[in-house]
Design a protein around this ligand. Sequence first.
Ligand SMILES: Nc1ncnc2c1ncn2[C@@H]1O[C@H](COP(=O)(O)OP(=O)(O)OP(=O)(O)O)[C@@H](O)[C@H]1O
Ligand SMILES: [Mg+2]
Length: 487
Amino acid sequence: MISWWRRAGVRVRSTVAATALMGVLLLAGSGLGLVLLRSALLAVDAESGGVQARLVRLSVTAEALGGRPDAALRAAVGADADRGSHVQVLAQDGSVVVASAALAGRGALTSLRPATSELVRETVDLPQLGRPGPWVVSVAGASVEGRRFWVVAAESTADAQRVLGVAAAALGVGSAVVVASVALLTWTFVGRSLRPVEAIRSTVQGISSRGLDGRVPVPAGEDEVARLAVTMNGMLARLEAAQRAQRRFVADASHELRSPVATLSAAAQVWSRAGGVDRGFTELVGSESARLEALVGDLLLLARADEGRLAAGPVGEVDLDEVVEVEAARVRAVSGLPVAVSTVPVRVLGDAAALARVVRNLVDNAVRHAGSAVELAVGPEVVDGASWAVVTVADDGAGIPVADRERVLGRFVRLDDSRQRGAGGPGGPGGTGLGLAIVAEVVAAHAGRVVVGERAGGGASVRVLLPVGPAEGPAAGPGQPPSAASR
Ligand SMILES: Nc1ncnc2c1ncn2[C@@H]1O[C@H](COP(=O)(O)OP(=O)(O)OP(=O)(O)O)[C@@H](O)[C@H]1O
Ligand SMILES: [Mg+2]
């Protein structure tokens, strides 16, 4: 119950609380009102019965009965015509001396016998009188010439009950209408108040880490929600500035590192040619500085991607089959591994150098992990109803576990650190875990998708899908497709 209440949301909770409170208040108020009304109505009935009894007593006394009712008493009691009053005059022995028309032939209605000049009342059911509900019976004591009499007047409360019934029904209907209106008003009002909050929530959800330039809508007015929106926009602005500064720093640092690293690399080559210095040492410096150079280049490329400036190169039509052929030739020359290539000519719009980099990174991975063979394929394909140019790079190595297929596209992700640590170029054991991250960035900038899977017969297979025909080229800026969708 409590967890349901917590989960129900502000709108439901406010509506239920307001409606319940209103219902309880109305119930209590109506109950109290009906009780008061009932006692007032019964008091009126009792009073009219009492008045009646006193009047008849006056008549009895005035006529000095002497045991024989005369015409005046009969008229006072209403014995000849039913005037709606139910009156009896009882003698000392309890016999009915005279009674109003409706009570003709009936015995005493009550056993109350008050003293002379006293008036008492009781409320009893008198079903024999034909009207439902309790009756108020008033009894007045009288004494004429030493003989005692009692005047009994019975008043039906049926009219009072009917009025009470009508009042209760009116209160019930009125309360239901009020409660329903309160529920509707609360639901509408709270819903309307929460609408800007929902707008803020959905905007924030749409702001990705990639583009912190979005701002939440600020509702008119200066209420809490408007202040929340303003505060949130301030926070987003600070986050964006911090992110921009951090990206700038990585980009600047990578850029600045490039020239000393290149100098180091060149110096190592000169040393190695000149001899003189220990050969092992110069080779080590050479390979490490080459590695450093590649790493700095990768970092710079990723920093550019983060800033939405990936497309440094010119955008044009690229023959993907040619790119794949060139890579196959390079790998055959470098690694000596058998490379099977199957190409169907296909052309995409994009940055030729960046796309060549994609294929090279995939092929480097395949060569590094292959058991004995690497397979490359390129051609047009229809996937999910759309036309794509698809490059597939597969090898017969250990493959990539299903659980890691999304993760390997992240930065600095290496699945087997111990095996791959240490020096080594493409085909060697090295690797910084940036290759596939670069693939993902470049492909995303070309509005494409990377699918990491497995090769039929074992091993890894990575497929790159790029839109064919006149698609957007590598995006630079806001037009960039969302990375998560395109990876
Ligand atoms: N063809 C493959 N077969 C098996 N595992 C692979 C394959 N390709 C990638 N991997 C795994 O995914 C990880 C990430 O690959 P990625 O290309 O991003 O980095 P890397 O090859 O280790 O380093 P870099 O490419 O930066 O030199 C690799 O470390 C490897 O564990
Ligand atoms: Mg790699």
